[in-house]
Write a protein that binds this ligand. Structure first.
Ligand SMILES: Nc1ncnc2c1ncn2[C@@H]1O[C@H](COP(=O)(O)OP(=O)(O)OP(=O)(O)O)[C@@H](O)[C@H]1O
Ligand SMILES: [Mg+2]
Length: 425
């Protein structure tokens, strides 16, 4: 890192050297062992180039075809801006580089530029124009604070002292829906990959701040590409049944409902079965439709300390059930869902159980309200990306209602299906 603390004179010298290489046609460089340098154009057609020093040892995530790294410094003509410092309001002024290798079925330019456009509209990521080299793209963006919701859910289910309180669950639910409304729906976007791994949660003074990330599958809502994109376990009926032209903000609300049922403690086994059932359906391993998740909502609320009031259970269940309606035209929209959950807030109704103690453990990175242990359920939430198979026959609407279809068991699937990723555009 110290290597990047360059004087203005040395920064200018290094910049001139890299510019010479760029003029010869190079776009990535390896001047130091630890850093890979990526040259990018500036945003909005501004003149000149920037050199991002990507820390090869700081990989946040790696999948088969992509990885996210931290950027340690940005070189401009006259200075090296060292990243990783804390900025205003405690937000890290860290940047990330998302590196992606595209399959032959996707045009890297189309895919990377679409992600750039959608992430720009979402607003918080401050993405820069992507660099596209062959079948690879490099996308620079702001590192947002918080932890993946997937990690919080996992802790909620397995670690006693990290269990969410009832008020925290309700606040989280409302904050997630508001984030979907503000960062996606009102920006004219379909996110198309809402899932706990793509949601960052930061607790400030106990209040959840939500950041939706990963606009890799997103489209502008008015430019529905009629392609299917999403993740197993979160895909709405219109995706699973190939009715892709019916994609709408209601498709994201379905996925968000699949997230919310986890906050309200649906059985992890149900979630796993549902993921694999959707995977199996997409691969033609079964010809009927996976049993809908909404048929298993009675397994919710297990392991939540302080028994929820019967009316609240009914209210939450009914709201989530309607957010998962197979018919997108009937499905509850984001504004209605927010208002229905807000009806449960203490200012509207009786208090939500007893107040939760705040986590005091040093290991608790945030001031997330949690409850002491009672019992634990373990669950594993993988990253199963999902693109549906070629279009199938449009079914008449009664067949969209598939409540009684049996859930496929994980053992029915080839072992390779576990954790498998599917990218078909
Ligand atoms: N701007 C960001 N700030 C902080 N963390 C981020 C940001 N963008 C991505 N991440 C983290 O990196 C992970 C992978 O990024 P992203 O989801 O964009 O990549 P992906 O290739 O689509 O991954 P996947 O295939 O698993 O969905 C996210 O799940 C999140 O934890
Ligand atoms: Mg992702």
């Amino acid at each position: 890192m110290s290597k990047l603390n360059l004087s203005p004179r040395r920064a200018a010298k290094l910049y001139a050297k890299l510019e010479k290489e760029r003029e010869k046609g190079k776009t990535t460089f390896k001047p130091y062992k630890k850093h890979e340098v990526v040259c990018r154009e500036r945003k909005d057609g501004k003149p000149g180039f920037r050199y991002e020093f990507v820390n090869g040892l700081s990989r946040l995530v790696t999948n088969a075809n992509n990885a996210v790294y931290r950027i340690d410094g940005t070189l401009t003509p006259d200075r090296m801006k060292v990243r990783g410092v804390i900025g205003k309001r405690g937000l890290p002024k860290q940047r990330l580089m998302k590196y992606e290798i595209y399959p032959v079925s996707r045009s890297p330019a189309d895919a990377a530029n679409k992600e750039y456009r959608c992430a720009s509209k979402a607003g918080l990521l401050h993405v820069k124009k992507p660099v596209i080299i062959g079948n690879k793209s490099y996308l620079t963006m702001q590192e947002l604070p918080g932890r993946e919701l997937a990690a919080i859910l996992k802790e909620d289910q397995s670690l006693s002292d990290k269990r969410l309180s009832i008020p925290a669950r309700l606040e989280l639910t409302i904050a997630l829906l508001e984030a979907l409304r503000d960062q996606v729906t009102r920006q004219g976007l379909l996110h198309r990959d809402i899932k706990p791994e793509n949601i960052l949660v930061d607790f400030i003074d106990g209040k959840p701040q939500i950041y939706l990330v990963d606009y890799g599958f997103s489209v502008e809502a008015d430019q529905n590409d009629k392609k299917s994109a999403g993740s197993y376990g979160y895909a709405a009926n219109e995706l699973v049944q190939g009715l892709w032209s019916l994609q709408s903000p209601k498709t994201d609300i379905f996925a968000m409902a699949c997230v919310l049922v986890q906050i309200w403690r649906i059985s992890p086994d149900v979630i796993l079965d549902y993921k694999y059932a959707q995977f199996a359906a997409s691969r033609g391993l079964r010809h009927d439709h996976p049993a809908p998740l909404r048929g298993s909502l009675e397994t919710m609320f297990g392991g939540i300390k302080h028994e929820l009031d019967k009316d609240w259970k009914r209210h939450i269940k009914a709201t989530l059930y309607n957010m998962m309606d197979p018919d997108p035209l009937v499905r509850t929209g984001v504004d209605e869902a927010i208002s229905l959950f807000r009806d449960l807030m203490p200012e509207h109704k009786a208090p939500l159980g007893s107040p939760a103690p705040i986590c005091s453990s040093a290991a608790c990175s945030s001031d997330m309200p949690v409850l002491p242990e009672e019992e634990s359920i373990s669950g594993d939430f993988g990253r199963h990306s999902f693109f549906a198979p070629p279009p199938v026959q449009i079914k008449a609407s009664p067949e969209m209602e598939v409540e009684d279809a049996p859930v496929v068991q994980t053992k029915d699937l080839p072992p390779k299906a576990h954790g498998d990723c599917c990218f078909l555009l």
